[in-house]
Design a protein around this ligand. Structure first.
Ligand code: C2E
Ligand code: MG
Ligand code: MG
Length: 569
């Protein structure tokens, strides 16, 4: 590429001849020069106003103008513009003084052959300086802004919120803070990819920004969480603004040419009702956002009576993480009994959390939270490991199957079959000694991935059980597609049996399951009546209080041994 470099030259020079000499030297040096000569402060200012310059070359002493004054004027405009003195009269002292005020070089008029190399070097240095300055400005900008959306970040929001809170206190004016979190953003990221996720965040950011006034601050707090600061706005105004924002977001976005519906939850906290400091308002808006999310109502205003609940939830998440490391989870087992023979054929592992403060917690207290936070994966690994450890190789009359409950999310983990295989090997257990219980709606999220997981587990020889059957949306024909061995009728249908109500659901489920080659378990058997009726309907196995409550491994083993010894059931 041999293009003549263009050079926009600003000459600060009283002598037209000297100016021409400089220009000629540069043209000879290969520059395509466009230049302007000025020799008074007024003409210099006009030239600076008119256009941008690549370099300034100035005489040091002119009759009506001083080179150093010219340099100062230039520096006020552009700290990086290369500046070279070319002078016939410059002495060593003046040269040093010139460099001190910020000239980059000085050249004697009688020695113009130094000019071209000096210009080349100064242009290069200037571009490096500009680059560095841009980088510094970017860094300074990013300290207070989010790179993806260009919105203010948490730090800047915090500063503005503090200022706004102070002003609101002083002027007795209201102030509202909204915290907004997108619903299901993780799924968008997981299914469409991070690139699409980023697009969503950018479009949401610009829509929210566009909905609000100039004086309002829209910030990105991180992830899919945004905050909106509304000065001079009370609770009613905040709700209106939140409604407008949600409406705007819920118009489908266009992501990679495809429409995508996005929803969000907004929490509202206001000064003076809910707090006076930036810190408190942020925290309360955050709590309100969680309330909106759990109620699926879009918008929630901070409510002190519900705060404790949410606070507890946040604490519980942190504690759940610690509990995994501290191994605070223990298993209880409930025997599963073959109805016709009374033989114990398996045990179901049910997890409990020995919480250091709250005592023994049941799955209903924490499984959903573990699912929402992804902690269900490590938790399931602990359960699998413990269950196999406590039952593999235990000597009973007939081989026992130990059942472990899976969450839908476990089947999204492509490594699950491998991990299960590793555990079986480590504990020397046959695959058929393990049953995994899944629920019907397991295929609602990413069916292909879940199905792949199930098929691999099935191929390994692990037993698969549909748990809580009848509570989901699936039909028996849908089950045909799943590689399962067994179906567990939900305890609500078993409970219906005792009330003498129609047993048609249980009866037809058992029949159809048998036609599909599946065995059937009844759960939640609490009485002899339920037991007898299930047996009469041809149900294969059952579990429930009528036989035994869930209990620690040793206790359950004792119970099994006693049953065998007494030959009961
Ligand atoms: P599930 O798999 O349907 O487990 C049976 C539940 O019924 C257990 O409740 C058990 O204690 C209870 N139960 C036992 N006998 C009777 C009875 O005669 N009548 C009645 N009404 N209920 C009875 P639990 O232990 O509270 O577990 C609740 C649910 O939590 C389980 O339902 C299962 O879906 C889930 N779960 C338990 N352990 C785990 C686990 O390790 N991982 C996962 N992902 N989920 C688990
Ligand atoms: Mg179960
Ligand atoms: Mg169940």
């Amino acid at each position: 590429m041999d293009v003549t470099p263009r050079l926009r030259l600003l000459l600060i020079e009283d002598s037209e001849d000297d100016a021409a000499l400089v220009v000629r030297a540069l043209v000879r040096g290969g520059y395509d020069v466009t230049s302007e000569r000025v020799d008074t402060p007024a003409t210099l200012r006009a030239a600076l106003n008119r256009q941008a310059w690549d370099i300034a070359i100035a005489d040091y002493t002119m009759p009506g103008f001083s080179g150093t004054v010219a340099l100062q004027m230039l520096r006020e405009r552009d700290a990086d513009l290369p500046f070279i003195f070319v002078s016939g009269t410059i002495g060593e002292d003046s040269a040093v003084a010139a460099m001190k005020v910020g000239a980059h070089d000085y050249i004697m008029k009688g020695n113009l052959k130094r000019l071209v190399p000096a210009v080349e070097r100064e242009l290069r240095d200037a571009s490096v300086r500009r680059e560095r300055r841009r980088a510094e400005q970017r860094i300074a900008y990013l300290a207070y802004h989010d790179a993806l959306t260009d919105l203010p970040n948490r730090s800047l929001l915090h500063d503005r919120l503090e200022q706004a809170a102070r002003a609101a206190n002083r002027d007795s004016k209201p102030l509202a803070l909204l915290v907004m979190d997108l619903d299901g953003f993780k799924e968008i990221n997981d299914t469409l990819g991070h690139h699409a996720g980023d697009r969503v965040l950018q479009q949401v950011a610009s829509r929210v920004r566009g909905t609000l006034r100039e004086a309002d601050t829209v910030a990105r707090l991180g992830g899919d969480e945004f905050a909106i600061l509304l000065p001079s706005t009370d609770i009613d105004g905040a709700i209106l603004a939140a409604q407008k924002v949600l409406q705007e977001i819920e118009r489908p976005l266009l992501i990679d040419q495809r429409p995508l519906a996005v929803r969000a939850s907004v929490g509202v906290a206001c000064f003076p009702e809910h707090g006076a400091s930036a810190e408190t308002l942020l925290q309360k808006a955050d709590v309100a956002m969680y309330l909106a999310k759990s109620d699926r109502q879009g918008i929630a205003v901070y409510a002190p009576d519900r705060d404790r609940h949410t606070h507890r939830r946040l604490t519980l998440i942190a504690e759940l993480r610690q509990a995994l490391d501290a191994r605070q989870f223990v298993l209880e087992y409930q025997p599963i009994v073959h109805l016709r023979t009374g033989v114990v054929v398996g045990v179901e592992a049910l997890v409990r959390w020995n919480h250091p403060q709250h005592g023994r917690l049941l799955p209903g207290d924490f499984i959903e939270l573990a699912e929402q936070t992804g902690l269900i994966n490590p938790l399931t690994m602990i359960v699998l490991d413990t269950a196999l450890n406590e039952w593999a190789g235990v000597d009973t009359l007939t081989p026992l199957t130990v059942s472990v409950n899976l969450s839908p999310r476990n089947l999204q983990d492509p490594e699950l079959p491998q991990r299960v295989g590793d555990f079986l090997k480590a504990h020397g257990a046959a695959p058929s000694a393990l049953a995994l219980e899944i629920t019907e709606n397991i295929l609602l999220t990413d069916p292909a991935r879940s199905m792949d997981c199930l098929q691999r587990l099935h191929a390994m020889g692990v037993r698969l059980v549909i748990d809580d059957f009848g509570t989901g949306y699936s039909s028996l024909s849908y089950l045909r597609r799943l590689p399962v061995n067994e179906l567990k009728i939900d305890r609500s249908f078993i409970a219906d049996l005792s009330s003498g109500r129609d047993d048609v659901i249980v009866r037809s489920t058992i029949e159809l399951a048998h036609n599909l080659g599946l065995t059937v378990v009844g759960e939640g058997v609490e009485s002899a009546a339920m037991h007898d009726q299930l047996m009469a309907l041809g149900c294969d196995t059952a579990q429930g209080r009528y036989f035994a409550e869930p209990a620690p491994a040793a206790q359950t083993r004792g119970w099994i041994v006693r049953q065998g010894a007494l030959g009961l059931l």
